[in-house]
Ligand binder design. Sequence first.
Ligand SMILES: [Zn+2]
Length: 324
Amino acid sequence: MTLARLKHIQYVKNVDDATSRQSFEYWLSEHLRLNGMYWGVMALVGLKSLDTLPKPQVIEYVLSCYDAKSGGFGAYPQHDGHILSTLSGLQILLIYDSLHTIDDKRAQITKFIKDLQLPDGSFQGDSYGEVDTRFVYNAVSSLSILGQLTEDVVERASQFLVRCENFDGSYGMEPGAESHAAQVFTVVGALAIMDKLHLVKHDKLATWLSERQVKEGGFNGRPEKLPDSCYSWWVLSPLTILGHQNWVDLARLGDFILGCQDEEIGGFSDRKDNQTDIYHTCFAIMGLSLADHELYDLEAIDPVYCMPYSATQKIQKWPYAGRE
Ligand SMILES: [Zn+2]
C-alpha cells in the first residue's frame, strides 16, 4: 500500500469537517482551535507541503489568539490563555520562522508559563486547572522555544516527573497514575529538553514501549488495548529518543498506519475503516516519518519537539552556556 499523498494534502486544506468540507481559509475566519491548527500544519510539514497554507493568515490568526490579560495564548481569539494553546502558538510561529512577531510579548508569555508551576514542580494548564505530566511537557517545551528555561524550573519539573514513574519503568499523568504511552512521550520529551534523560530507566521503559506493538503491527497506549494510529507517534518518539526504535518492527508499523488512511478523500483514522480526523492524520504521518521518512518521502521530524529539524535547530538547547 502506498501513501495517498495528494489526497492527504487536500484533506488538511479542507480540514476534517466531513459534512461541510470547509476550506482552511474558512476555518481561519471561523476560529480554528489553535492546537487543531498545529495538527494541520504538522501534517503538511510531514508531507513537505507547508506552502499550501496562506502563511500571513496563519500568523495573523495565531497572534489573534494571544490573551494579553493572562499573558498566554488561548484556544480561540478572546479566550483565556492556556498552556496547551500557548505551546501550539509558539510551535506554529517557530515552524513559520516568525517568532520575531512576539518579541514584545516574550516576557509576559514567560511569566505566564512560570507562574503555572506549583511548589511540587508540576504545572497547571491555566490558573484554575488540573495537573498533568502533559502540562509539564507543554511548559518545558514552550520555555525552551523561548530560550527561557531556568535552573529552578528544570530541577523542580524533573523531580516531579521522576515521581510519576511506575514499577514498570513507564509513566502516568501524575504520581501513582496508570502507565500510558502518551504520558511517556511527554515525560521523556520534557526530560530530553532538560538534559535529564539519565533519570529514565532506559531498558525497562524501552521494553514496556516495545511491548505496545500488537499483532496487527500498530501500537496500543496501554496493555490489553486496541492499536491506534496516533500511538505510532506517542510510542515511537520516546523509543527513538532512547535510541531503541529498532526494538519494534517498523515495516509492520508502517503497513498498519497506511491501512488507516482513507484513500478516497484523504486523512487517517485511529483504525482501519473508522472516521478520519485531523488529529490522527497528524500523528499517523508523524509516526510514518519516524518509522522511515526516506521510504515514505516525508520530512524528518524531531522526536523531542514534534517539529521539523529545520525549526528545532533554531532552538537554543539547554543547558545554556554560561548560565549561573
Ligand atoms: Zn488515537
